[in-house]
Design a protein around this ligand. Structure first.
Ligand code: SAH
Length: 394
C-alpha cells in the first residue's frame, strides 16, 4: 500500500530535475494520514511523477527514491543502490595509507535518510528517521549479500530533532577490539563504534587534514578549537607543527586526544589539551597576549554550554573575530562549518566582516567542499554542506 500525494504546479520542475526531499511546501494540500515508513506516489495532476518513503527529519517529510514508475522498492532496489555506491567508490578510497571513507551517503546515493561509513572493514549505518528504519532488515540483507565485512554497527538518529537514540549499537559480525583504530593519510585515529553518537573521527575532513599534513602545518604553533578527539591536532603534528593547543568543552576530549597522540608516537610534552568553553579560552588567550601561527575553527552547527548557545548561522563571525585577536603575523586560519543552512556566500561575508573590523588584511588561499565520497548533489545544493576556507592573515 502506498499513499497518493499531489505536488504543487510550481514545484514540478524542481522534482523532475532530481530534487530528493519531500517538503511540506511542495504538497498541494496537507496530508493528515501519512505514516512513517509508508511509500508515497507523487502525482502532478493525473501524471505519476515519483515514488518515495515517508520519514520525518528536521529537513522534511520524506525522500524520493525513484522517478521511474515501474521501479519497485524492494530488496533488489536496495541491492542495486548499494551496488552503485560500491562501484562509484571501489578502488578509490582505500589504500595502504587510508582505510576509512563514507560508503553510502544518503540522498546523494539514492536513499535519503541513511548513511554508511566504512572503517577498516567495519561498517556503521546511520538511520535518520523511523521511516527508513522500517526498511532496516531488507537493507541489511541486501548489504550482507553484496559486501564482505568484519562487523556492522548502527546509530539511530531519530530520537527527537535528529538526536541519537541510546542503545545497543552492535548489529552483527564480530566486534572490534578496544585497540581498534583507522588509518587516514598514514595517520592513526582511535575509533570506538559502540560509545554514543560520535565514534572518534569525522571522515568528511579527510582532504582538509591532508592539506594540513602536506602544505600548511609545518613549523607552526597551532590552536585547535572544538577539538573533540584532536584529529586536526594530530594531523598538524604529522605535518610538522611545532606544538598544538587543543580546546574542547567536553571532559572526554582530554583522554581521547592524548590517546590519538600516543597512537602516532607523538611526544605529549609539547602538546596542550584544555577542557574549557572556547569563549573563556579566547578571553584568556587575548589577556595573556598569546599568539598562534595557525588557528582551526571547526564548531558544531549548534551547541549549548553553561553560558551561551552557539549557532553557526548567527555566531560564526564573532568566533572569527576572537580567532583574529590571537593570530600572529602571517598566520593561517582554517574556518570550517558543517552547517547546511549557512550558505557559502554568508560564510565568506562573516570572514570579510570580521577582518574588516580587525583592520587586518587577509587572503583566502584555498576552499574545500564535500569530498567525493560525501556525494554532493547538484539538484540539492544543501547536500554539499561542508565549507572550509583556508585563510592567510597579514
Ligand atoms: N573539530 C572536531 C569536531 C568537532 S565536534 C574534529 O575535527 O574532529 C564538536 C565539538 O565541539 C564537540 O567535541 C563539543 O564538545 C565541542 N564544543 C561544543 N561547544 C563548545 C564550546 N562552547 N567550547 C568548546 N568546545 C565546544
Amino acid at each position: 500500500m502506498s499513499i497518493r500525494l499531489q505536488i504543487r504546479k510550481n514545484e514540478v520542475e524542481r522534482y523532475k530535475k532530481g530534487y530528493p526531499l519531500l517538503t511540506k511546501e511542495a504538497l498541494a494540500r496537507d496530508s493528515r494520514n501519512m505514516v512513517e515508513g509508508e511509500l508515497f506516489e507523487l502525482y502532478d495532476g493525473n501524471k505519476w511523477m515519483a515514488r518515495g518513503y515517508i520519514g520525518y527529519q528536521n529537513k522534511g517529510l520524506g525522500w524520493i527514491l525513484s522517478l521511474q514508475e515501474e521501479e519497485k522498492i524492494d530488496k533488489e532496489f536496495f541491492f542495486r543502490k548499494l551496488g552503485e555506491a560500491l562501484a562509484k567508490r571501489e578502488g578509490r578510497f582505500v589504500s595502504d595509507e587510508t582505510n576509512c571513507y563514507r560508503f553510502f551517503n544518503g540522498e546523494g546515493d539514492g536513499i535519503g535518510g541513511m548513511q554508511i561509513d566504512c572503517l577498516d572493514g567495519y561498517y556503521v549505518f546511520h538511520w535518520y528517521s523511523k521511516g527508513i528504519y522500517q526498511y532496516r532488515e531488507t537493507i541489511l540483507e541486501a548489504f550482507c549479500e553484496l559486501m564482505d565485512y568484519r562487523g556492522i554497527y548502527e546509530k539511530r538518529r531519530f530520537k527527537e530533532k535528529g538526536k541519537y537514540l541510546e542503545g545497543n549499537d552492535f548489529v552483527r559480525g564480530e566486534r572490534h577490539s578496544d585497540e581498534f583504530f583507522v588509518k587516514e593519510n598514514k595517520v592513526r585515529y582511535r575509533v570506538n563504534l559502540d560509545d554514543g553518537a560520535m565514534y572518534g573521527i569525522f571522515l568528511d575532513q579527510r582532504e582538509v587534514r591532508r592539506a594540513l599534513i602536506e602544505r600548511y602545518a609545518r613549523g607552526r604553533a597551532v590552536l585547535n578549537t572544538f577539538s573533540y578527539t584532536g584529529a586536526f591536532s594530530v594531523a598538524a603534528k604529522a605535518g610538522g607543527a611545532t606544538k598544538t593547543v587543543s580546546v574542547d568543552l567536553a571532559n572526554r576530549s582530554r583522554s581521547m586526544t592524548e590517546d590519538n597522540f600516543r597512537l602516532n608516537a607523538i611526544d605529549l610534552s609539547e602538546e596542550t589539551i584544555i577542557v574549557e568553553d572556547i569563549y573563556n579560552y579566547f578571553r584568556y588567550a587575548k589577556k595573556k597576549q598569546l599568539l598562534f601561527d595557525m588557528i582551526i575553527l571547526d564548531p558544531p552547527s549548534f551547541s549549548r554550554s553553561k553560558k551561551k548557545i552557539f549557532q553557526a548561522e548567527k555566531d560564526y563571525q564573532e568566533l572569527i573575530e576572537m580567532a583574529i585577536a590571537v593570530a600572529g603575523k602571517d598566520a593561517i586560519l582554517i574556518l570550517s562549518t558543517n552547517c547546511s543552512t549557512l550558505k557559502l556566500g554568508k560564510f565568506r561575508q562573516f570572514a570579510s566582516q570580521a577582518f574588516k573590523k580587525s583592520g587586518r588584511r587577509y587572503r583566502i588561499v584555498e576552499e574545500f567542499r564535500n569530498p567525493e565520497d560525501f556525494s554532493p548533489m547538484p539538484a540539492y545544493p544543501e547536500s554539499n554542506y561542508l565549507k572550509v576556507m583556508i585563510v592567510e592573515v597579514n
